[in-house]
Design a protein around this ligand. Structure first.
Ligand code: NAD
Length: 357
């Protein structure tokens, strides 16, 4: 079923407002979630709403954003997100980074105790729109669901990274992925909609490859909010020892350094993020960088494809293409997810969009 993006955003905004979020924060949460679907990452979009509503009920996330600056010195800042919604805290980090770069040319921001920050590339996109380069290392404390290379038990999180490099034409380079073979949200989507996962997405307790969501969800797989620590298996990292090494680096940089904590210990669920942000122009002493970036990207796009008709892309292209498609067709949602949203909206006494009721 396809639903207009604005209609969906308004519906979710009303639901989050009814659940206790201030309207302007509910708009940020809803917009980020719907944009994740619109950019081809439903794993970090609307499918998360039931889990977010549970978080509010359980007190895992505070519905009204609060944060505290623990340290601020020149281009360094450490922020405690106090378990507020990540979609709101992400905007706070972006605003702080812009201000710090304007003042000092550089921002290194540590964020701890953030609610789920959603699609990390969304923060790199906002910074690239402002002409800023950014690198983000992220950990998910309290989410030990990925096995390190060579292991068959979960020890780390899906620990994503994102790198944004602005381009004058707006087609920014946005690299954004989990260091796990697949993001946990993709397994959630597979559990709910039956989409196929790679054969080596997970490793079971015997050390064998698995593509079955039950490997990480266990008996909770059929519940409306499956627990990714409910099973005995784990997600694998991507790229063998290389992706695993990056995942460990994220745990250390975004977990140990920011104070969000690593997955060595059981902790309440939160995201930690270490973001490095700067203005490319400051490095561009000969005014040659943009041209070099453009030439390089053109040389990549120009590479003869291995498969006829399949273009060679740069990171950021698939999301742009998907957004264009969704702006015409609307966001695609399975009936199972729509039914869950209807139940939540009925419970919160929020009217359903006309097309659904
Ligand atoms: P993915 O495997 O879909 O990879 C996406 C990246 O690869 C993007 O940068 C995309 O532009 C690029 N890409 C895709 N196809 C390409 C192609 N053919 N050519 C060139 N580049 C291509 O991403 P994922 O690992 O499934 O992660 C999905 C989302 O989950 C990300 O947005 C990530 O930030 C998010 N995530 C968030 C958390 C969290 O705790 N907040 C945890 C894990 C993942």
């Amino acid at each position: 079923m396809y639903i207009d993006q604005n209609e969906m955003t308004n519906w979710l905004t009303e639901m989050f407002t009814a659940a206790g979020c201030p309207k302007e924060e509910a708009i940020l949460i809803a917009t980020h979630l719907v944009d994740a679907d619109a950019s081809g990452h439903p794993s970090h979009g609307i499918v998360r709403v039931p889990r977010y509503m549970e978080y509010i009920k359980e007190g895992t996330v505070r519905p009204v954003c609060a944060h505290e600056t623990l340290m601020s010195s020149g281009s360094l800042r450490l922020i405690d997100g106090l378990y507020s919604f990540g979609q709101v805290l992400g905007h706070h980090v972006v605003a702080q980074a812009k201000q710090m770069v304007a003042q000092d040319g550089l921002a290194l921001i540590g964020l701890r105790n953030a609610g789920h920050l959603g699609r990390i590339g969304g923060w790199a996109e906002l910074l690239a729109e402002a002409g800023l380069v950014s690198l983000h290392f992220v950990t998910v404390a309290g989410s030990r669901i990925v096995a390190p290379f060579g292991g068959r038990e979960a020890r780390i999180s899906t620990a994503p990274i994102a790198i944004g490099i602005p381009q004058d034409d707006g087609n920014h380079f946005i690299l954004d992925f989990a260091t796990s073979r697949v993001a946990e949200g993709k397994i959630l989507v597979s559990q709910k909609t039956g989409t196929k996962l790679p054969a080596d997405a997970m490793v079971d307790k015997n050390g064998e490859d698995s593509d079955q969501p039950v490997t990480i969800y266990g008996p909770s797989a059929t519940s409306s909010v499956p627990n990714p620590r409910g099973g005995e298996g784990a997600i694998q990292t991507f790229g063998q020892h290389k992706g695993s090494g990056l995942g460990l680096a994220c745990e250390l940089l975004a977990g140990a350094l920011t104070g969000a904590g690593t997955n060595a210990h059981d902790r309440p669920f939160c995201n930690g993020m270490l973001s490095l942000v700067f203005k490319a122009d400051d490095f561009d002493t000969e005014n040659a960088m943009q041209q070099e970036v453009q030439d390089f990207i053109a040389s990549i796009r120009d590479c003869p494809p291995r498969e006829t008709g399949k273009a060679v892309l740069i990171p950021g292209d698939p999301e742009r293409a998907k957004r264009e498609e969704v702006s015409v067709k609307g966001v695609s949602l399975s009936e199972a997810i729509i039914d869950q949203l209807k139940t939540i909206s009925d419970t919160l006494s929020v009217p359903q969009p006309d097309g659904l009721s």
